[in-house]
Ligand binder design. Structure first.
Ligand code: ADP
Ligand code: MG
Length: 386
């Protein structure tokens, strides 16, 4: 999508002189179900963006057109808006959080068009939040730190939209750098940019095209099981507040005092944190095979210990691993459907994609969307400053 096409599309709905912003979706390479345990995650931003063109208005209204939803919505910033279970909640929630932070917003016309598939697990939600936050802050002449944008986006999603997400999605959409993945400590929000560009391999994401109903009830159960693990382990380890504080060797010694299910959940989280840290070391040493092994181990742990995989995810992973070009494959996201992420040799990526698509279709009757992604830059202004 070029700047010209966005501007052209803006003018088919609005008048005025717009400024264009873009924010990417993301894929988590490793570190699943670690965020709410105060642990580590390792996402990269993808080369699919949500574009947003913004122009000021002379009243206190926001008028928004979403190209993806083919719908326009108009509301006043002075009306007491609350959740409507509508896509505009993401925009209204961000506006609300900006104003709560003391930013006085003028009215604006917003044109939104996203390349990030909506609801596919690639975080179109963080992309729309971060693009909106940049655009509205710009229209109010306010400047905020990237971290503040990420945190207010998360608050918008938690409070206004009502989705209890962690900080990863907004953080990577804001902070990503071209050619890098980002190692994030979800406790301190310290992070490091890890070079990922390679002429030898690429990141392929495959969508199962299913989302099982179980996802949210099982998510709440897992969170409770992790808390129970902390509570029981605290008898021997009084200083701990989250599973992040427990080392693998401590766990290995103490696991027999835990109920079997709780022990499995804890083993996943504690070993997954180790795998994220180890991944960073592998990439620093240019050890792609080592990184891929950790991806495989991550999936096995999510499947066997955390039990959040499903038949379709396991099938996609098995099909991927049976292709010679695949170095590593795992489910990504919360589980019970959604996507897998694969490290694939670049020179055979086309054959990998074809084989996955045809074999998965043959086995399930579903046609999986498959994407080849490059690690891309975070949210930014597209139009040059005047
Ligand atoms: P994901 O973040 O995995 O894509 P979510 O359910 O978290 O899935 O967020 C998807 C929701 O975000 C959509 O249902 C819609 O409400 C909102 N959304 C995302 N992108 C857009 C867009 N371009 N236009 C309007 N709403 C959008
Ligand atoms: Mg989302």
């Amino acid at each position: 999508m070029t700047e010209e096409t966005i501007l052209e599309k803006f003018y088919s709905h609005f008048v005025g002189t717009p400024t264009v912003f873009a924010a990417p979706g993301r894929v988590n390479l490793i570190g699943e179900h670690t965020d709410y345990n105060d642990g580590y995650v390792f996402p990269m931003a993808i080369n699919f963006y949500t574009y947003l063109a913004v122009a000021p208005r002379h009243d206190r209204n926001l008028q928004i057109w979403s190209e993806n939803m083919q719908e326009t919505i108009l509301f006043s910033l002075d009306s007491n808006r609350s959740r409507r279970n509508h896509w505009s909640d993401y925009v209204a929630g961000v506006a609300d959080e900006l104003e709560k932070q003391g930013v006085i917003l003028p009215g604006a016309d917003l044109y939104i068009d996203s390349q990030v598939p909506v609801g596919a697990g690639l975080s179109s939600s963080a992309a729309i939040e971060m693009a909106t936050a940049l655009a509205l802050a710009h229209s109010a002449n306010a400047s905020l730190e990237k971290k503040e944008f990420a945190l207010l986006g998360q608050r918008a999603e938690n409070r206004f939209v009502g989705m209890n997400c962690g900080i990863m999605d907004q953080f990577i959409s804001m902070h990503a750098e071209d050619g890098h993945a980002l190692m994030l400590d979800c406790r301190s929000l310290e992070f490091s940019q890890v070079p990922l560009k390679s002429d030898a391999v690429c990141i392929v994401v495959c969508n199962t095209m299913v989302k099982h109903e179980l996802a949210s009830s099982e998510y709440n159960k897992r969170r409770a099981e992790c808390e129970e693990g902390v509570r029981l382990l605290r008898a021997q380890l009084p200083g701990i507040t989250h599973l992040r504080d427990v080392s693998l060797s401590q766990f290995n010694q103490l696991q027999f005092g835990l109920p079997a299910i709780v022990a499995k959940r804890c083993r996943h989280v504690i070993s997954e944190n180790q795998r994220v840290l180890h991944s960073q070391a592998c990439l620093a040493a240019h050890d792609l095979a080592g990184f891929a092994r950790l991806m495989n181990e991550s999936h096995n742990s999510l499947r066997d210990d955390y039990e959040v995989s499903c038949g379709e995810l396991d099938l996609l992973v098995d099909l991927a691993r049976s292709h010679a070009a695949c170095l590593g494959s795992r489910m990504t996201g919360g589980g019970f459907g959604g996507c897998t992420v694969n490290l694939v040799r670049l020179d055979q990526a086309d054959s990998f994609v074809e084989q996955i698509q045809s074999a998965y279709s043959f086995r399930t009757g579903l046609h999986p969307q498959v994407y080849i992604f490059t690690p891309s830059r975070g949210a930014h202004r597209v139009t040059a400053a005047q």
